[in-house]
Design a binder for this molecule. Structure first.
Ligand SMILES: Nc1nc2c(c(=O)[nH]1)N[C@H]1C(S)=C(S)[C@@H](COP(=O)(O)OP(=O)(O)OC[C@H]3O[C@@H](n4cnc5c(N)ncnc54)[C@H](O)[C@@H]3O)O[C@H]1N2
Ligand code: MOO
Length: 393
């Protein structure tokens, strides 16, 4: 059995960035990373732009100007101003070549075709220069940039409609077990509702991984092996839950062995999630998570999360770990390090009831996991503990 640290390092070491490119319409590129530099095809702004509603002036040595014309946003005519002349102008409108400053309308007195300013304004006042944000041919955004809503707005403002991006992994979720019934169906004696697939699907969606398929198999060796063989061929990441312990009907481990995957580790000294299995087959990463739902989700956050971040070549690959003051008392049984469902708020953490790996009720309320190391057997009130902050939902 290996330690948590060794298991984390092994996941990190065995996953490489995917670096496979694709092109998508820009509006569908949110949360992806650019696989190519984007060069601006235009100057932004494309013309000298008024930043205010007011008057564009050809400056002279007097506070009064003669109004000769008007340019509003979207107009494409360029009145010619002589020194001492002004035009009415509005925010976003093109400032004619012959105007060299814009004054806000609040700062002038209008009298027929005469306007008088309170005081002088400097040259270029309230004019956004052409190409102020980015010039034609300049780097607009560099390869590797994450496409946030702002980035998509910015690129669209440059007239760009699609982007070269790195693909995200295709992921197969597999559940195993004869006892599993689809929610919504009647529940016969001995059965339980299958919940791991929807839980993990949403954990993946929450991290913006959408290329996910779900496969449900029974405790049948041939079925398990055939399904695993296909999904390993077709996906970058396979996440199975259940059937990985030592029971007579736990077929996932045996099937993976038969399929000659390269086992990286099996069993981690931790609670929950002891029978965690991680392997590679060519470039596909395979996690077999324990079937107990809370164990599966803890392992997802502590290990699968890292694999996903490495595949995307992210710099930060682990969820944030911080110290917090415990407001609870907790006694650890056994010597396995533990991950505890907890609520973190403003420097303090509350360890919740229902820590059993089969239970999700308090996981549903948790925003953190408390990490209790091997050598700590009791957490007292006010002890500083290490917590893992779960992703916001
Ligand atoms: N003799 C031993 N028995 C067990 C050991 C052990 O070391 N020796 N380890 C225990 C630990 S710890 C865990 S964790 C579990 C892991 O077992 P498996 O990964 O083989 O999972 P299953 O037995 O298939 O299921 C465990 C539990 O979870 C429920 N389950 C499974 N899949 C789902 C699903 N998709 N949705 C909801 N619930 C699910 C399943 O019904 C079981 O109750 O092994 C211990 N046993
Ligand atoms: O490792 Mo199991 O997940 O403790 O119950």
């Amino acid at each position: 059995m290996i330690s948590i640290k060794e298991a984390i390092n092994a996941v990190e070491k065995n996953i490489d960035p995917l670096f496979r490119e694709t092109v998508k319409p820009l509006e569908r590129c949110g949360s992806y990373y650019l696989s190519k530099d984007i060069i601006s095809p235009i100057n932004m702004p494309p013309f000298r732009q008024s930043a205010m509603d007011g008057y564009a002036l050809s400056l002279h040595n007097d506070l009064s100007y003669t109004l000769i014309d008007e340019v509003k946003a979207g107009d494409n005519h360029q009145p010619i101003l002589k020194p001492g002349e002004a035009i009415r102008i509005f925010t976003g409108a093109p400032v004619p070549e012959t105007a060299n400053a814009v004054i806000m309308q609040e700062k002038v007195v209008v009298n027929g075709s005469k306007i008088t300013m309170e005081s002088n304004i400097p040259k270029d006042h309230n004019i956004r220069p052409m190409g102020e944000q980015v010039k034609i041919g300049e780097l607009a955004l560099k390869k590797g940039t994450k496409l946030t809503p702002a980035a998509i707005g910015y690129l669209t403002s440059l007239g760009i409609t699609e982007a070269h991006i790195y693909k995200k992994p295709s992921i197969a979720l597999i559940t195993t077990g004869n006892e599993l019934i689809e929610a919504g169906m009647p529940l016969p004696y001995g059965k339980i509702y299958e919940s791991n697939s929807k839980m993990l699907l949403n954990a993946l969606y929450n991290l913006k991984f959408y290329d996910v398929t779900i496969h449900k198999i029974e405790d049948d060796y041939a079925q398990t092996k055939n399904k695993l063989e296909t999904v390993i061929k077709d996906n970058d990441l396979v996440i199975a839950t259940g059937g990985i312990s030592v029971g007579d009907y736990d077929f996932v481990g045996k099937a993976l062995k038969e399929l000659q995957v390269k086992e990286v580790f099996y069993k981690v000294k931790q609670k929950p999630g002891k029978p965690l299995f991680f392997a590679k087959k060519e470039d596909t990463a395979i996690f077999a998570l324990p079937g107990n739902p809370a164990a599966a989700l803890s392992c997802f956050y502590v290990y699968v999360y890292i694999a996903l971040q490495k595949m995307m070549d992210n710099d930060t690959i682990e969820l944030p770990r911080i110290k917090a003051k415990s407001i609870s008392v907790f006694e650890k049984r056994g010597d396995r390090p533990q991950f505890l469902k907890a609520i973190y708020n403003d420097g303090e953490v509350e360890i919740l009831e229902g820590q059993n790996s089969s239970m999700l009720q308090t996981f549903a309320l948790s925003n953190a996991l408390v990490h209790v190391p091997e050598n700590v057997s009791k957490i007292e009130k006010n002890d500083l503990v290490e917590i893992i902050l779960l992703p916001n939902t």
